[in-house]
Design a protein around this ligand. Structure first.
Ligand code: ADP
Ligand code: 5GP
Length: 190
């Protein structure tokens, strides 16, 4: 396996972004089954939990005052308002994992990816996109976790997000899930 210089010392930070419904969460979960040593950053958010989501696993669900407290104390590596809710990356677990030589994955929106790239230019940015906007619609519809209003906010944002994918080091099209996971493994092994 190829190794990058950072492997010997600090771990590498991978940022995954892409439109809501592109399959980021699904790809990352499959990837972690193959590479369980990778640390997945658990974000904090003020959005309500979806039915299948567990506190501390998918996100840590917190109130807006708690979020603002963390942000103002500098406890977040980056934070952003996305689709009307606040999201942020707790700093200490990411810094500790990187210092211990572990690779870390953060799933962030584009604002988060930009902030991380400014703070840590060595971060590797990966954009996951759906094969088509029709697929994105049907994936979001099938997931069935958003109200029609929230779904159309996410679809509208997707068009803007797709225009900014040039910011990223790698673009992965999530058509067949196994192919997308294989592509992610190749990126990790560079
Ligand atoms: P995101 O994290 O980007 O919002 P999800 O991982 O929640 O997206 O995926 C959105 C929906 O699309 C889910 O219902 C998921 O099961 C489905 N999905 C993910 N990847 C694929 C794929 N390659 N082909 C078909 N459906 C997929
Ligand atoms: P969702 O509500 O679908 O879980 O996530 C909505 C968006 O917020 C996605 O684009 C996701 O990548 C992004 N996101 C999740 N956690 C964070 C975070 O900690 N920071 C930022 N900037 N975006 C996040």
């Amino acid at each position: 396996m190829a190794s990058s210089p950072s492997r010997a010392g600090r771990g590498r930070l991978f940022v995954i972004s892409g439109p809501s419904g592109a399959g980021k969460g699904t790809v990352v979960q499959k990837l972690l089954q193959r590479r369980p040593e990778i640390v997945l950053s658990v974000s904090v958010t003020t959005r309500p939990a979806r039915q299948a989501e567990r506190n501390g696993v998918h996100y840590t669900f917190i109130s807006e005052p708690e979020f603002k407290g963390m942000r103002d104390r500098g406890d977040l590596l980056e934070s952003a308002e996305v689709y009307g809710n606040y999201y942020g990356t707790p700093r200490p677990p990411v810094e500790a994992a990187l210092a211990a030589g572990k690779d870390v994955i953060c799933e962030l929106d584009i604002q988060g990816a930009e902030s991380i790239k400014r703070a840590k230019p060595e971060a590797i940015l990966v954009f996951i996109e759906p094969p088509s906007m029709e697929d994105l619609h049907s994936r979001l519809r099938n997931r069935g976790t958003e109200t029609p209003g929230d779904m159309s906010t996410r679809i509208d944002a997707a068009y803007a997000e797709m225009k900014r994918k040039a910011l990223y080091d790698h673009i992965v099209i999530n058509d067949r899930l196994d192919d997308a996971v294989a592509e992610m493994l190749r990126i990790l092994e560079r």
